[in-house]
Design a protein around this ligand. Structure first.
Ligand code: RIB
Length: 310
């Protein structure tokens, strides 16, 4: 059976729906609040599992009231938590999120226990990780751990996807070159290549800078503009967005990656996986929250039947 391993973060999302951000020194009322399980790694794992792929999670929680809830949430989605461990004396990861009336989000992260996911944790999980068909990584855990995971994937001939989120200027591009898929959003791409990315032509040029450095497949997620895939073999596809009325864009990039991972391991077809991922991310922005807005298989199949063309 195909398996995806997510080595990454979990957070508790504290989402405030705002009319505007307060000024310094100002107290301002916001219309509503929602709390839920989040974190880029956890979101990607949950999206992938909701679609039916077997998922193994390697992650760390703290010793607070959020920890058991996070583990239970993984289990309720059928995710293997044998290597989700608790660390004492540290808080779990927490993410205050602000969503404005235009559905756009701003996120603060307090990494907490995520900072303690170490290379050694990958070695401990190696028995299970060796069976994975794809390892999925983000940057809410220490870079050394990410690099070790890439080395592990290469050593065991496992495909690896790196989502360089949030952008870390010190990311060693040599490691990105050792990944099969590199999936930034426009903001992350801009920080990585230090070039403007306002138009699709500019995004293409910036992605080509990465390909010239030796990356294999660069997939840029562009929100309401869809996604752009460029490969070192010269293949290029612009995946059109699925038009929806967005109310909360939080976690849409993670929905995209979780769904992409599911279809990639199930079909081996990158373009097909991208089309489905685009549709899955589109549905996610029509609901509030991160994981709470991800559709299950039945909901997604109905939507995809209308909006995804092969
Ligand atoms: O990508 C969205 C996620 O970023 C949120 O769930 C939040 O926890 C942060 O990790």
């Amino acid at each position: 059976m195909t398996k995806v391993a997510v080595i990454g973060s979990n957070m508790v999302d504290l989402i405030a729906y705002t009319n505007r951000m307060p000024k310094e020194g100002e107290t301002l009322e916001a219309p509503s609040f929602q709390m839920g399980c989040g974190g880029k790694g956890a979101n990607q794992a949950v999206a992938c599992a909701k679609l039916g792929t077997e998922v193994i999670m390697v992650s760390k929680v703290g010793d607070d009231l959020f920890a058991d809830n996070t583990i239970t949430n993984f289990e309720q989605h059928g995710i293997d938590t044998a290597f989700v461990s608790k660390i004492s004396g540290v808080s779990s990861g927490v993410a205050p999120i602000f969503v404005n009336p235009s559905s756009q989000n701003s996120i603060l992260i307090i990494k907490g226990a995520n900072e303690y996911l170490k290379p050694d944790d990958i070695d401990k999980a190696s028995v299970k990780l060796k069976d994975a068909d794809l390892i999925v990584l983000q940057l809410e855990i220490p870079l050394d751990t990410v690099y070790h995971a890439i080395e592990f994937a290469n050593k065991h001939d496992i495909q690896v996807l790196l989502n360089p989120a949030p952008a870390v200027p010190g990311l060693d591009i040599e490691y990105a070159c050792r990944c099969d898929y590199f999936v930034p959003n426009e903001t992350e791409l801009e920080i990585l290549v230090n070039k403007p990315v306002n138009t699709i032509d500019e995004i293409r040029e910036a992605a080509k800078v990465l390909l010239d450095k030796g990356l294999q497949n660069v997939i840029v997620t562009m929100g309401a503009r869809g996604s752009l895939w460029l490969s070192k073999t010269g293949d290029e596809r612009l995946i059109e967005p699925v038009p929806v009325k967005a109310i909360d864009t939080s976690g849409a990039g993670d929905a995209f990656i979780g769904c992409f991972s599911h279809f990639l391991v199930q079909t081996g077809n990158t373009e097909k996986a991208l089309k489905y991922a685009s549709a899955y991310a589109a549905i996610s922005v029509t609901g509030k929250g991160t994981q709470s807005s991800y559709p299950n298989v039945a909901e997604f199949n109905e939507f995809a039947a209308t909006y995804v063309t092969n």
